[in-house]
Design a protein around this ligand. Structure first.
Ligand SMILES: Cc1cc2nc3c(=O)[nH]c(=O)nc-3n(C[C@H](O)[C@H](O)[C@H](O)COP(=O)(O)OP(=O)(O)OC[C@H]3O[C@@H](n4cnc5c(N)ncnc54)[C@H](O)[C@@H]3O)c2cc1C
Length: 361
């Protein structure tokens, strides 16, 4: 098929929650826009999360702008499948123009526009919102011995459930919510060792992800955080049960891997069959790798959501550096709204000078 070149005012790259939240505000502003997503189904990365994953906030506190997430029957904390369903419905409800199987390979400067190059069509946009998330860029720290360990090494992105680890010795690395939730269920079937770079911090049992957004909001206003921090572990039911069983005791980070396990600097070792790295993600910005905008940490310098060195480009949803709590369901709206407000201001036609004044029209 011949490649077409489309003109559009705004192109959003990524059709996950961040891209959809931007789409909601673009639709409301009456903008001419498209959302390009590389998957052949809706939901961003949520359909790829493991089955037993539970949100760290109830449905009513995990909403995108405009439409509350309905509750999932029998679940206080909704599953990843429920979120994927919600995002698909959300997209349909607001008639958001998502083009599927459209991977943006490059973003190029083209006079007063930016050109988005996919494997097929090209898009010439006056403004671009990058909302490609972090799931496709898993991060594993570069520790000595990773290449000599003969067991299995996996990352959160590879985890589908505990069953295949039954009877194994598994070292889980990482102090965040993913690590805690995975460890909680793994420890029911496997012999687990939990390793974190700093002692894990749990939110009080009666505080869940609802508080995280409030914390983020307060942090923005430069007040003391108080109850916790955005990285703190929410004690969802599975985590509480694991703690009661005594399975949530963390050890300090090991120093290196050996052929058959991990070793600490004091000479202590632990043999294991698998190491599960729940060590986070980097922004997915391959499409900007030729732009000169991406720094050593894999980020783009931004002011608000706008790239400092390329004002036609906005970034939303990647983490606190693109807005407090912007990488959460409930936090996506705030930064998407700000980005769209700035874009619509920028694209407004200049008021006409002189002759029209006083014409009464
Ligand atoms: C394990 C886990 C648990 C989480 N739990 C919660 C929770 O309980 N509550 C909460 O609020 N948040 C939670 N989060 C955080 C956050 O809500 C999710 O990570 C969410 O998926 C981020 O949405 P996103 O739209 O930014 O990215 P994604 O969902 O990853 O969507 C980005 C989309 O862009 C596409 N894409 C990427 N590159 C390109 C390209 N070049 N061209 C076209 N398309 C592209 C991707 O394929 C994807 O479809 C969790 C995250 C993880 C990893």
């Amino acid at each position: 098929m011949p490649t077409e070149e489309h003109l559009v005012d705004v192109a959003v790259i990524g059709g996950g929650q961040a891209g959809l939240a931007a789409g909601y505000f673009l639709r409301r502003a009456g903008a001419d826009f498209v959302i390009l997503d590389d998957h052949d189904r809706p939901g961003g990365s949520w359909p790829e999360y493991w089955d037993s994953l539970r949100l760290f906030s109830p449905a009513a506190h995990s909403m995108l702008p405009g439409w509350w997430m309905p509750e999932e029957e029998g679940q206080e904390y909704p599953s990843a499948a429920h979120v994927a369903w919600y995002l698909a419905e959300y997209e349909r409800r607001y008639g958001l123009p998502v083009r599927r199987r459209a991977r943006v390979r490059r973003v190029e400067r083209a006079e007063d526009r930016l050109r988005l190059v996919t494997g097929g069509d090209r898009w010439l946009a006056r403004r671009v919102i990058s909302a490609t998330g972090t799931w496709d860029a898993p991060y594993v720290p570069d520790l000595p011995g990773r290449d000599v360990f003969v067991g299995e090494q996996l990352h959160t992105v590879d985890y589908r459930g505990p069953d295949r680890f039954a009877g194994q010795r598994v070292v889980v690395v990482g102090g965040g919510n993913s690590a805690a939730q995975i460890l909680a269920e793994l420890s029911t079937v496997a012999r687990t060792t939990w390793v974190t770079t700093r002692p894990p911090r749990f939110l009080p049992d009666d505080v869940d992800g609802r508080a995280l957004f409030a914390i983020a909001t307060r942090a923005q206003r430069s007040e003391a955080a108080g109850v916790g921090d955005l990285g703190d572990i929410v004690v969802v039911p599975g985590v509480r049960e694991a703690r009661e069983r005594g399975d949530l005791k963390a050890q300090p980070m090991f120093d290196h891997l050996t052929r058959t396990g991990v070793a600490w600097s004091d000479g202590t070792t632990a043999e294991c069959d698998a190491v599960l790295w729940c060590t986070g993600f980097r922004p997915v910005l391959d499409h900007l790798s030729d732009s000169g905008l991406v720094d050593d940490r894999g980020r783009v310098a931004v002011e608000g959501t706008r790239a400092v060195a390329e004002p036609r480009l906005h970034l939303v949803g990647y983490g606190d550096w693109t807005g407090p709590a912007s990488a959460t369901l409930i936090g996506a709206a705030r930064t998407a709204k700000a980005a769209v407000a700035q874009i619509t201001r920028d694209l407004e036609p200049e008021p006409r000078q002189g002759t029209d004044r006083g014409s009464g029209r």
